[in-house]
Design a protein around this ligand. Structure first.
Ligand code: ADP
Length: 585
């Protein structure tokens, strides 16, 4: 509730004046009251002009304020908190450069359909709009618009309640995304009658209402499914976000259709589930004749639904999504089912249980099982090897075996090779436990996601990081240590971007563009802040360090020394990296 602003100096003043003062509150308090009223109790951010007091007051009023060293990581923490909880994560930044740093995370949240609100202080409108050169002058509202699902500015304290309500609703309803809320410095200091202020607050009712699919769209989808000989379900992170875990599992199991999880949908059903076709990914994508997309977009991660990846067999798509405009974005969709995933999947389940639907043939499921066994045996042989120095596979084998015993652990993963290999080697067993480079395939999310996941879940986090990826957010180790978070960061250190063996062809003093300091000891970085560092040169050392790190619950960093010649250019994205003819030689 709003703390009444009273001035102790006025104790001797006349009663009328005292009462008047006692009945006022201000913009700072109202922002906090509005968030708390809507069950938002954590802010990720970085203080400075004009929002330092907002952070102080938030803490004083019982909210958790997690202060970062760079706004991008605070924004990423907020975004992943939003993904995990279906409530918008809040990021608080200062004006201009702080706001711009946070904007990268806001854009990433919007791209990934994560609900978050970037609240930023800003300079005075009158000066900004006349471009008179204010401190940190920037037209932040307009800068945010192209990268946000919605952007709002509040100018009067009595509108703060509406501003926060609109931001919450915009972030979580329909397709979730990032919302920008601009709060000029003057607004925060505005005083307002306390009663009027309380009345202006809004507790948002049913922020993300169920959206039931049209019955005829469900019937159309079932008709397409009934005609399938080689059906496949593709689960995306929208399915994980929806928290319709039981419905999705029932649909997969009752239909008997093999499924593929996209990387952040891993664990929605355990990766060891017999219907998982992950180990036969290329085969099922090429051979399937009907593909049911559940909260997954046919973007670059799925080769836009066409080309070699999808093989010669003609495909029909059923697509379940909350966003009608997603349909036909890349290829024709035979049966769109628009609505929230829980409602849509339940409707399909009811239909297939009402009769007339037969499970896929043994010919199809048997062919997948056969392919899986072959590929798994091949992978097992690769994983068994123990080269010295370690390669990606032997290090990931050690991590996989530890994580198998702790399905509750959150896994953050980024890098090029580190991402590609970990995604396929590390099994997930529970929903919304894997957080990675996402839709953009970016690096830089590591420590922000790790902090967001640790704070939100209260459970340990293991962040599996390429050495290049780690560099983008490495300073947040101090944040992890400051809040004593149970985060174990494993840096796959192969001395460079992709690998550490490139040389400067001129023989000059500068190293090649992809090369880092050789033999760097990232474990020493965390020791500087009071965390625990390990240097691991063998899988056995890595296992021991990881077990210790998890058991202690202490901020830990393991420098995993990987063969500097291991790793391919751009990981599995070599095709996206145009190479000069001269360099190829
Ligand atoms: P992935 O990268 O795992 O393939 P995407 O981010 O491409 O997943 O796709 C997620 C999709 O899920 C988006 O098209 C989004 O509109 C949709 N989505 C998100 N939340 C829901 C929901 N609650 N119900 C239905 N669809 C949703």
């Amino acid at each position: 509730m709003a703390e009444v602003v009273s001035n102790p100096q006025s104790a001797t003043a006349n009663d009328t004046l005292e009462e008047k003062k006692a009945e006022t509150t201000d913009g700072f308090h109202l922002v906090i009251d509005a968030l708390k009223l809507n069950d938002i109790h954590t802010i990720f951010g970085l203080v400075g002009i004009p929002i330092t007091d907002l952070a102080r007051l938030a803490q004083a009023e019982g909210m958790r304020f997690i202060g970062f060293r760079h706004e991008q990581h605070a924004g990423n923490a907020a975004a992943i908190a939003g993904y995990m909880t279906k409530k918008p994560g809040i990021c608080l930044t200062v004006s201009a450069p702080g706001f711009l740093n946070g904007l990268t995370a806001l854009a990433n949240a919007t791209t990934n359909c994560f609900p978050m609100i970037l609240i930023s202080g800003s300079s005075e409108r009158e000066i900004v709009d006349l471009q008179q050169g204010d401190y940190e002058e920037m037209d932040q509202l307009n800068a945010a618009k192209p990268y946000a699902k919605a952007a709002y500015r509040v100018l009067h304290a009595e509108d703060i309640g509406v501003g926060i309500a609109r931001a919450i609703r915009a972030a979580v309803s329909g397709r979730p995304g990032g919302v920008y809320l601009d709060l000029p410095a003057k607004l925060l200091a505005q005083t307002i009658d306390a009663v009027k202020a309380q009345q202006s607050l809004i507790k948002v009712v049913d922020a993300a209402p169920s959206q039931l699919p049209a019955p005829d769209s469900v019937k159309r989808a079932i008709d397409v499914l009934k005609g399938a000989k080689r059906p496949l379900i593709l689960l995306g992170k929208g399915a994980a976000y929806a928290q319709a875990d039981a419905e999705i599992r029932a649909f997969v199991e009752k239909s008997g259709i093999p499924y593929l999880p996209m990387s952040m949908a891993k664990g929605l059903l355990p990766d060891t589930h017999e219907q998982s076709a992950s180990a036969a990914r290329s085969f099922v994508l090429q051979e399937a004749d009907v593909v049911v997309l559940i909260g997954a977009r046919l973007n670059w991660l799925l080769s836009h639904g066409k080309g070699k990846t999808w093989g010669a067999a003609p495909k029909k798509f059923v697509q379940i999504d909350i966003s009608p405009t997603e349909i036909d974005s890349n290829v024709a969709i035979a049966a769109p089912v628009i609505g929230d995933i829980g409602s849509c999947v339940s409707a399909l389940l009811t239909e297939i249980q009402s009769g007339g639907f037969t499970k896929p043939s043994v010919e199809w499921t048997g062919a997948i099982t056969e392919r899986k066994s072959k590929n798994l045996a091949k992978m097992a042989a690769t994983l068994e090897q123990n080269p010295s120095p370690m390669n990606f596979h032997s290090a990931l084998r050690a991590i996989r075996d530890v994580l198998k015993t702790r399905p509750d652990i959150n896994v953050v993963n980024e890098g090029a090779n580190t991402l590609d290999y970990a995604r396929s080697i590390i099994d997930m067993y529970e929903p919304r436990k894997r957080f990675d480079s996402g839709t953009w395939g970016i690096m830089g999310i590591g420590m922000g996601f790790a902090i967001g996941a640790a704070v939100t879940s209260g459970k340990p986090v293991v962040a599996i990081e390429g050495d290049s990826a780690f560099g983008f957010s490495g300073m947040e180790l101090e944040t992890i240590c400051r809040y004593d978070l149970p985060v174990v960061t494993i840096v796959f250190n192969n001395n460079g971007v992709y690998r550490g063996t490139d040389v400067n062809p001129t023989g000059g003093k500068d190293v090649a563009p992809t090369v880092f300091v050789k033999g760097a000891r990232y474990d020493k970085m965390i020791e500087a802040f009071g965390g625990v560092g390990f240097n691991a040169e063998t899988p056995a050392q890595l296992t021991k360090a990881l077990l210790e790190g998890i058991a202690s619950g202490k901020p830990t960093l393991i420098n995993a020394v990987i063969d500097e010649a291991a790793g391919t250019e751009s990981g599995r994205l070599t095709n996206l990296n145009p190479q000069s003819a001269a360099m190829k030689k």
